[in-house]
Write a protein that binds this ligand. Structure first.
Ligand SMILES: C[S@@+](CC[C@H](N)C(=O)[O-])C[C@H]1O[C@@H](n2cnc3c(N)ncnc32)[C@H](O)[C@@H]1O
Length: 291
């Protein structure tokens, strides 16, 4: 979707905020194109493992790499068995200990950060999913030669996340209300409301992203737009979401418009569901003409 999303990047703005950062596709795109030089960048996500992992990659990279190399060695011997053994006898028990001790990002062990990278690189579809008890339960993926330790990439990401103008924190998305000022740019990519009951994937955090969360997000978009913040939201075209934005007077009066664009879903349990679907964009930034 980047070629489409780029058309909605504002020509000029203050700070950049990404409150559902995940793997940071838009953040890394802005970065790669030189848009973030010297400007404050606030990245956040409610997933404490993700933010803990980013924090250790930023401040303890050698320890993460040492553990990751050891995991890569084990994977080379028997990938599937090793994945399951790491997931069930190391990652989940050590996560449980960390969570029982408070689950603070500052205390996320480098060993867990390494395991998260390993499981993400070798697990099904690069997915992060937890069950109702909060245990990571992604099955093994089918990769011939997964690239588990990418030294160059890890070093680059570490350096970027450690920059003084970049802040990475664990927070619920509405934290952006306290941080964003007129002229800033906020990109929202929330967990997708399911298009059908069987397509219900919301397992990033164990709590799920409810219709009430979607309604709250709509109010956050409206408040920020009224404040003069540049906002861009991508979401599914599920009726429950579309009706929050399409034909809604409060949305229109706040200067927001909607667009439906074709997109492809990478994460879906059924391959058929990974084809072309429509995507909803909501923004107060007019798109630049396509080339
Ligand atoms: C669709 S993904 C974002 C993908 C991201 N754009 C990328 O490039 O990978 C949604 C993200 O929202 C996070 N999330 C779920 N509920 C949240 C909440 N209430 N507040 C903030 N983040 C949340 C999830 O952990 C997940 O990383």
């Amino acid at each position: 979707m980047l070629p489409v999303l780029r058309r909605y990047y504002p020509a000029s703005y203050g700070a950049y905020h990404e409150p559902f950062v995940g793997s940071g596709a838009v953040f890394f795109d802005l970065l790669a194109n030189g848009h973030l030089e010297g400007r404050p960048v606030m990245l956040s996500d409610d997933n404490a493992d993700l933010i803990g992992c980013y924090a250790r990659i930023a401040d303890s990279l050698p320890a993460v790499i040492t553990a990751l190399e050891c995991l890569a060695g084990g994977h080379a011997r028997d990938g599937r068995a090793h994945y399951l053994q790491v997931r069930d006898t190391q990652f989940n028990p050590q996560r449980a200990t960390w969570r029982e001790a408070g689950g603070e990002v500052a205390d996320y062990p480098p060993a867990l950060a390494a395991m998260l990278v390993y499981l993400n690189r070798t697990g099904y579809n690069g997915l992060f999913r937890v069950n109702a008890s909060g245990e990571y339960n992604v099955p093994p993926g089918r990769y011939e030669r997964p690239r588990i330790v990418d030294h160059v990439l890890l070093a680059e990401v570490s350096a970027v996340l450690a920059r003084p103008n970049v802040r990475v924190q664990r927070a619920a998305f509405d934290r952006v209300l306290a941080d964003a000022r007129a002229g800033d740019f906020v990109y929202f990519d929330p967990p997708y409301a399911p298009l059908s009951k069987t397509a219900n994937f919301r397992g990033y955090t164990g709590r799920g992203f409810t219709d009430a969360d979607q309604a709250h997000l709509q109010q956050v978009m409206i408040a920020l737009s009224r404040r003069g913040v540049h906002v861009l939201l991508s979401n599914s075209t599920a009726a429950s979401v579309a009706r929050l934005y399409d034909g809604n007077a409060e949305v229109t009066n706040a200067g927001l418009r909607t667009w439906q664009i074709p997109a492809r879903r990478a994460i879906n349990s059924k391959a058929a569901g990974r084809g072309a679907v429509a995507e909803l964009l909501v923004s107060n930034i007019g798109p630049t003409p396509s080339l």
